[in-house]
Structure formats: C-alpha cells, structure tokens
Design a binder for this molecule. Structure first.
Ligand SMILES: [Zn+2]
Length: 324
C-alpha cells in the first residue's frame, strides 16, 4: 500500500488566525525533522490565497517578513523532496490586514460563493503564487474546507493549470453549515478512481483522479476522552497553533452525542487512531491510505503517535509516497 501523509498548510480562520510561526513554520519544521529521520516524503496542500494576500499587503512590514519566511520554508520543503500541492480557501479575497492582524471574512468561504469566472481566476492566481515561489508546477488539489462542489466551476481551469489529481473526498462525508457545504454520500468506499465531472462519481474515461481521504468512523467516547486529555495534560494534547477554528457549534454537538464520519488524521489525539486506520485499509485491500492533518493542529502527542505509526507501517511493508 502507498501511504500519503498530507498536511493542509494554513492559518486558522476563526476570530484569531494565530501567528505564522506557531501555526505553520514551527510545526512544519518538526514534521521535516520527523520525515528526514524516517526518510519519507510528505505532502503539503498549501493555502495559496494566504501567499497572495501577504504579497498584496507587503507594504506592512509584518506581511513582507512573513512572506519571506513562508517562501523560504516552501522552497526548503520542495528541495527536500516533499510535495507542494494547491489548497484553495477563496475567502482570502475578502480578508484585510489591519492593525497588524488579519480580519477574516468568511461570507464567501467556498468557491461556489463566487461566479465561475471569478472562481477560475482565483485558482489560476493562487496556483501561480505557489509556482512563483517553488518553481514547480502543482499536480494535485484539495478544496478548502472540503467544499469541492460543484466541480464544473473549476474543472477546465484545473486542467489548464495541469492539475489532474484531487484529494478532497472522504467516504460518507457530509456537512452543511453557514460557511461549508459538501456532500460525499454518493461516493464509494474506495481509495481511488478516475472521474470527469463529479469527484464522487467513478468514470473510467475521466481525465482526473480522485485519491480519497481515508475514512474513520468515530464514536462520542473518543471526543469525551479527547476533551478530558486536553484538560488534564494540555502540554501533551493541546495543538501547537495559537489561533482559533472557524466556529461550528452544530458539528461539535454531533461529535459528542453520536458516531460521526471523520477521516484518518494526525491532528492532536486523532493521531492515536492511525494504526487502526491502517489496519482497516489492509482489511479492505486498499491500494492507498491518505491521512489529512494540519501543522497548526498537531500536538506534541501527534509526533509520538506518528513515529509509532511510521515504524508500524514500514514493518508491514507499506511505502510512504507523494501523489502520482
Ligand atoms: Zn484548509
């Protein structure tokens, strides 16, 4: 099996975005060290709208400095053999930098909140911002907040940009909130397929490949346990990032009261489930396992569990790879 450790490389989008250092640079540096020790490549889905905004606001010294720092790290990641892929959070179009901080506006959180013409321009502009830094073309995409629908909005633009792999879909994923909308309930429980017009629908003559995020059904006991662990040992379980998530009370209520459809993830204590996630992939005879995490949400325990997971997977004969 090919195992992909992917990280959505971004700030927080709630009332406080957190700092570049704590949310991105420091945890990504720790990931690079872990990858080097284990001789494995990682995949970073980089929130390129943030790079565009840093450049547009470079009259502010902090934005100029942050752009230099994040660019240097992206160049370093790319040179070390890690994959840089495109992650699009279009609400950056409406964000402003005032009094040394980002004012985040999520009224238009997903690309479907924009016209087709504007959505195309956003994809091309964000993709170019990444290329200008790394000098390498992206071939893979992940929609911000999983909001990939409707794919018709961006299909041609992705093709024009040479992007033919998507990794936004996870089995049974569904969410409808003021900011988000996605519905993967028609997708099959498979690791990959080809598609053309709908990433949830297999089409063997399609020009795109969907590499799904490995699913994980999680019961409420896990969330209660996580809550208690964060309270009793925050130094081990609390995320390294210093920002706040976009508020989503409905989702939190569901997680504490019923089983919810989630995905394989190394964020915080979720990382304790990775070995079990892998065993499920083995049972289903999957060709791939895709783990979705965020540098901002990794906790000290994540690195311990990741270390154990990598050793376990290697011992079972699996390979860590980038997307192809
Ligand atoms: Zn994201």
């Amino acid at each position: 099996m090919q195992i992909h450790l992917s990280f959505d490389h971004e700030l927080f989008f709630g009332a406080n975005t957190g700092t570049l250092e704590k949310c991105i640079l420091e945890p990504t540096q720790l990931l690079m060290e872990l990858a080097e020790k284990n001789n494995i490549p990682l995949i970073f889905f980089v929130d390129a709208g943030y790079l565009v905004q840093l450049k547009e606001n470079s009259k502010h010294s902090r934005c100029k400095d942050d752009l230099e720092k994040i660019s240097a790290q992206l160049v370093k990641l790319s040179a070390a053999g890690h994959q840089i892929a495109l992650h699009v959070h279009p609400h950056w179009e409406d964000c402003k930098f005032v009094d040394d901080k980002w004012i985040i506006d999520t009224k238009r959180y997903k690309l479907s909140d924009f016209s087709k013409e504007d959505a195309s321009k956003i994809i091309s502009k964000y993709n170019k911002a990444l290329f200008d830094i790394t000098g390498r073309k992206c071939t893979a995409y992940r929609a911000g907040g999983w909001c990939i629908h409707p794919f018709s909005l961006i299909k041609e633009t992705l093709k024009e940009n040479g992007i033919t792999i998507d990794s936004s879909v996870y089995f049974k994923g569904y969410h409808d909130s003021p900011a988000h909308f996605y519905d993967f309930r028609t997708a099959k429980d498979k690791a990959e397929w080809k598609f053309e017009n709908d990433p949830c629908k297999e089409d063997n003559s399609g020009s795109f490949k969907e590499i799904t995020i490995t699913p994980d059904k999680i019961g409420p006991v896990f969330y209660w346990d996580l809550y208690l662990k964060m309270k009793s040992a925050p130094e081990k379980y609390k995320p390294l990032g210093d920002g706040m998530w976009l508020k989503d009370k409905g989702r939190i209520y569901k997680q504490f009261h019923s089983s919810t459809d989630h995905f394989a993830c190394a964020d915080g204590y979720f990382s304790s489930r990775l070995i079990n996630n892998l065993e499920q992939c083995e049972q289903k005879k999957f060709e791939r396992m895709m783990v979705l995490s965020h540098p901002k949400s990794l906790a000290p325990c994540s690195f311990e569990y990741l270390k154990e997971f990598i050793a376990f997977a290697k011992q079972r004969g699996h390979q860590f790879t980038i997307l192809n």
